[in-house]
Design a protein around this ligand. Structure first.
Ligand code: HAM
Length: 416
């Protein structure tokens, strides 16, 4: 038997209903903030990710699904959504037409990681990207959207962690100090970090190895090195969050696994997730548009991992949707009338399900039970002659015979 590849999974009902609920809620909230949807291809030129995410990152070094197509092009299944959105923003000349844009997206991303709870090779992100504003209050707004989304989905115990990565003026000094410090502690670092230290020292801050973490926590903090502008930016972000009543914690060692960030970065953490506890993350990328060949336009955004959100919601248990009215039709004549009746009920917004079975009532009721039906409508010859249908509540056993023209109003309160 052929199975789904490791790190991928089928999303089956009823879990798919949680996915729909998340997507609907996100769309509704994005609209509230003036975002519009963008859909980009699943694969892009490999160089797009090499140039944006950074050559010396886990994603580009180890995790990309890269292949040559029959035309000899190097393509990569998108490992994230920001670079493709920037590419589309430039390709469609938004900077010339209307710089300020707010986009949202949802869809699958691909990273060749070691699969474990909350970490997959095909996973799904819902994210936003804003182009144009450099104002710190836009950082606050982007954090507020995520906060609202989690609240609306009834998720508590979420921790907002923020940091500033500085800018091209102040980061080099920090970097220099960090390298100096890490070199002095080289033997305490894992092998990968010893390599990272020379090529991309900020990545050491992201290492999950306990030993490396200890070294990092005893080392220099970027917040001490911020220039006046970056410091002011960070202060305003904090003030804005306080004004909106969003609790947060500053972690001076938060760097994120992608190279394009400047100034504000943030993560939303939920403890119940264990090792992979970041549900949502992002930050400001003021030079990415330029680095990808466009004008100097700042940007900021976030992406949340849908699978991780589903894990949280699954653990808590969502209220189940009402099951559709389950139709049992006995005999050819009642089938004809039944088809018409079902369409009429659907016209009135009542969900109706028919399995296509025409067997005995006993067999059909058994099937209804197996399908977990809570309300069943039964029509045989007798009901047909009386222009009515029997409605049976499978939980209480209660039965009522209802005239055809009254079925909709009889059921409307149940399905409202
Ligand atoms: P990221 O931190 O790489 O950022 O991913 C964002 C979120 O995607 C993570 O917090 C996590 O919930 C989810 N995620 C990442 N990898 C996996 C995986 N292997 N399995 C399951 N979930 C995963 C970005 O991708 C940036 N593009 C975010 C951003 C948007 N920054 C600015 N704008």
């Amino acid at each position: 038997m052929i199975k789904a590849p490791p790190g991928t999974k089928d999303i089956l009902p009823p879990e798919s209903e949680i996915w729909q609920k998340i997507e609907e809620t996100a769309r509704k909230i994005f609209k509230l903030y003036g975002y519009r949807e963008i859909r980009t291809p699943i694969f892009e030129s490999t160089s797009l990710f090499q140039r944006s995410i950074g050559e010396v990152t886990d994603i580009v070094e180890k995790e990309m699904y890269t292949f040559k197509d029959k035309g000899g092009r190097s393509l990569t299944l998108r490992p994230e959504g920001t670079a493709p959105v920037v590419r589309a923003y430039l390709e469609h000349q938004f900077p010339q037409k209307d710089q300020f844009q707010k986009f949202y997206y949802m869809g699958p991303m691909f990273r060749y990681e070691r699969p474990q709870k909350g970490r997959y090779r095909q996973f799904h992100q819902i994210g936003v990207e804003v182009f144009g504003p450099s104002h710190p209050m836009m950082d606050v707004e982007v954090i507020a959207i995520q906060w609202r989304l989690f609240k609306e989905l009834g998720i508590d115990n979420i921790e907002v962690v923020i940091n500033s990565l500085g800018c091209e003026k102040c980061r080099p000094a920090y970097r220099e100090r960090l390298v100096e410090y890490l070199r002095a502690n080289r033997e305490r670092l894992c092998e990968t970090c010893q390599r990272r230290l020379e090529r991309n020292p900020l990545r050491v801050l992201d290492c999950k190895n306990e030993g490396c973490r200890r070294v990092v926590r005893e080392g220099p903090e970027i917040t001490e090195f911020l220039c006046e502008d970056c410091k002011k930016h960070m202060e305003q972000v904090e003030k804005g969050l306080q004004q909106l009543g969003i609790p947060y914690r500053v972690d001076p060692f938060l760097v994120r696994g992608l190279d394009y960030y400047t100034r504000t970065v943030f993560e939303f953490i939920h403890k119940s997730l264990g090792a992979q506890n970041t549900v949502s993350a992002g930050g400001r990328y003021d030079h990415l548009v330029k680095e990808l060949g466009g004008p100097d336009i700042p940007g900021i955004g976030f992406a949340l991992g849908v699978e991780r959100l589903v894990l949280i919601l699954n653990a808590r248990g969502l209220q189940e949707e009402k099951k559709p009215l389950y139709f049992i039709l006995l005999g050819e004549d009642s089938l004809m009338k039944g088809m018409e009746l079902m369409e009429k009920l659907r016209n009135n917004g009542i969900p109706v399900m028919w399995t296509g079975k025409t067997g005995s009532i006993k067999a059909q009721l058994r099937l209804a039970n197996k399908k977990g039906a809570s309300l069943v409508a039964i029509m045989g010859e007798d009901e047909l002659n009386r222009h009515s249908i029997k409605i049976k509540n499978m939980e209480t056993g209660e039965e009522s015979e209802v005239k055809w023209e009254e079925v909709s109003s009889f059921l409307s309160s149940y399905y409202s």
